[in-house]
Design a protein around this ligand. Structure first.
Ligand code: NCD
Length: 305
């Protein structure tokens, strides 16, 4: 039985295999249309989501399977005080695989210890978001043709942005990656990412507050939303929310083959005028998310046999 709680639950060879499967699904969708016939995916979403939940559901449907679940903790027995452990034990009576998003760091891990079916972490608090990372890696592979030898800039809320933490972790295992971390001082990457991953692996990186000065060097620019829901204080959020706004004017300084990514939802950090720039990959990223989740569901159901 395999689960996906953090991106390091998969080896790099397995991630490459998932990317290959996703690319095959894109090329030959009909080959996969009945592969999950008779199987059920449960989506347990205790936190808001549009892309992640619906892409999981679309992924299972395109594999010929069915979906059930809830999209709001208030409509589940969590509102009556049921624990994550009990809820997941119950869900494993109904479904073959589950995807869980929770506002508490570690909740999907607790779920995985209390169930007989594979658990996928669909985002836990400010911690991890491994399926967004698979989405991001497939996007990088398709846009740049490689996962190595890239200068990758992360910009915005690197403290609470869970997609950033998981993607840095995954890229730390590749060759020739250099990180450029752009954020206000208060929103720098947590020390477990900086010390235990980037510095421990001896990876080249720089930290700055100035996006314009580093933009011309980047192969990838990963923009993020300031995570309002994780702030203790609304005043701090208001002060920091518009720290970086990517505009067409700013982008005139960037490489012609830059790949601009964003896990979405976007608030203000990318001006709408950037959407028509051929370097903007964030809406393609959404579609890639469905394909890689199809590959992941197949992989985990196979491992559970
Ligand atoms: C991200 C998340 O939930 O962490 N969204 C997503 O899953 N694509 C990013 C965000 O909410 O800012």
């Amino acid at each position: 039985m395999r689960h996906l709680i953090g991106i390091d639950d998969l080896t790099m060879a397995e991630i490459e295999q998932l990317i290959e499967t996703a690319e095959d699904i894109i090329a030959n969708p009909e080959k996969y249309s009945e592969r999950c016939h008779g199987k059920k995916l449960a989506t347990l979403f205790y936190e808001p989501s549009t892309r992640t939940r619906l892409s999981f559901e679309a992924a299972m449907m395109e594999l010929g399977g069915n979906v059930l679940g809830f999209s709001d903790a208030q409509s589940s027995s969590a509102s009556k005080g049921e624990s994550v452990a009990d809820t997941t034990r119950v869900i494993s009576c109904f479904a073959d695989i589950m995807a869980m998003r929770h506002f508490k760091e570690g909740a999907p891990m607790v779920a995985s210890l209390n169930t007989s079916i594979p658990v996928i972490n669909a985002g836990d608090g400010g911690h991890n978001h491994p399926t967004q990372t698979l989405t991001d890696l497939l996007t990088i592979k398709r846009e740049k043709g490689r996962l190595d030898n890239l200068k990758v800039g992360f910009c915005g809320d690197l403290k609470f942005g869970r997609t950033v933490h998981s993607l840095i972790t995954a890229l730390s295992h590749r060759e020739g990656i250099e990180f450029v971390l752009v954020s206000p001082d208060e929103l720098k990457v947590p020390s477990y990412i900086k010390k235990d991953i980037i510095e421990k692996e001896g990876l080249p990186y720089s930290q700055t507050e100035d996006l314009d000065s580093v933009l011309p060097e980047l192969d990838i620019l990963y923009m993020t939303r300031v995570q309002r829901e994780r702030f203790f204080n609304e005043q701090d959020y208001i002060r920091l929310k518009d720290s970086y706004i990517l505009t067409p004017e700013r982008l005139t300084r960037a490489k012609s083959d830059l790949c601009i990514m964003h896990p979405l939802p976007r608030v203000n950090e990318i001006a709408v005028g950037v959407d028509k720039d051929p370097r903007a990959a964030y809406f393609k990223q959404v579609l890639n998310g469905k394909y890689i989740r199809m590959a992941l569901i197949l992989f985990l159901l196979e491992a559970a046999k």
